[in-house]
Design a protein around this ligand. Structure first.
Ligand code: PDD
Length: 293
């Protein structure tokens, strides 16, 4: 059992070394800093059991391949580093952040020299949204999508997401959902989004406009296990028969969304299907504690 205290020393991994967090540095000419030229992952760990670590590492590999960065470690070596990073930090339930950038070079857009990619791993506490939040309900707003056209890559270039979250915070809601030109719901700044429409689980199909969330896959498979039909298609908030809205991410699990743009969704309280999916997902998290990697 780890001691859980925010005052304990945090440890970060940077380029082959574990260091106290405040001593872990990257160069100012790192292309992550200069160009946001890199990708990342956030993995949840519950009491030493990881939630779909392989799927996260495979997505990291795909993101790297998409921008032609060669992962500096094998997936097996990365897995080992993630586990070491978790054990060197004080949290029982943690989010492990992995970032890979193209590396350090004099600032030039064109990549014309061999570079050693920068690899950083940090670990933070993972408090899942509380029951109070669940009772009062998550609220969201919608914004026109201002992001680039490769949202399937988990890029560290998150300026649009930061702006979206800032706007959500100004409007005193928890998340902002991006809309395409025809007002279809795409995803949130840091979540995937779903609706229950006529009892069917509906979510945007995987394409360049959304990130293929690992938690999204879990929601889909749990819904199928419960016997629900799942449709991956464009959808709008004002569709007839829409009774629930849900969002999912590593840091939120699956969360019912009770109001969007000031309008109640269904009865304005968490719906039955969303609550059921969340309960099943949290059960799976608990099981991870007993099945440590
Ligand atoms: N965000 N869509 C976007 C744009 C995201 O940034 C995220 C995750 C998701 C959900 O993906 P997953 O289920 O694999 O966590 C969807 C992470 C948690 C973050 O940036 O902190």
């Amino acid at each position: 059992m780890k001691q859980s205290s925010a005052n304990l020393q945090l440890t970060a991994y940077v380029n082959d070394k574990f260091l106290p967090l405040e001593q872990a540095m990257v160069h100012i000419e790192d292309r992550g800093f200069q160009f946001a030229d890199g990708v990342y992952e956030v993995v949840a760990c519950f009491g030493g059991g990881y939630l779909d670590l392989d799927a996260h590492l495979q997505r990291l590999e795909r993101s790297c391949a998409a921008i032609e960065i060669v992962l500096p470690k094998s997936l097996e070596a990365l897995k080992d580093l993630v586990q070491q990073a978790y054990h060197k930090n004080p949290y029982e339930d943690a989010m492990v952040y992995i970032q890979v950038t193209r590396g350090v070079a004099p600032r030039s857009h064109v990549v014309n020299q061999a570079m050693q990619p920068t690899l950083v791993i940090t670990v933070r506490d993972l408090p899942l949204p509380s029951d109070t939040k669940l009772r009062t309900g998550v609220k969201a707003c919608t914004l026109k999508d201002i992001r680039w056209k490769h949202c399937e890559i988990k890029s560290i270039a998150l300026l649009a997401s930061v702006m979206g979250k800032q706007e959500a915070s100004r409007r005193e809601v928890d998340e902002a959902f991006w809309l395409d030109e025809k007002n279809h719901m795409l995803e949130g700044c840091a979540t995937n989004v779903f609706a229950i429409i006529d009892g069917v689980l509906v979510t945007h199909a995987l394409d360049h406009q959304i990130l293929g969330g690992i938690t999204r896959d879990m929601v889909i498979s749990l819904a199928k296990d419960l016997g629900f039909v799942v449709q991956q298609r464009p959808w709008k908030l004002d569709e007839k028969g829409l009774t629930e809205c849900l969002m999912s991410s590593t840091t939120n699990a699956v969360m019912p969304v009770c109001a969007v743009d000031g309008q109640a969704i269904g009865a304005g309280v968490p719906g039955e299907i969303g609550l059921k999916l969340r309960a099943l997902m949290l059960e799976q998290f608990e099981e991870l504690r007993h099945a440590k990697v």
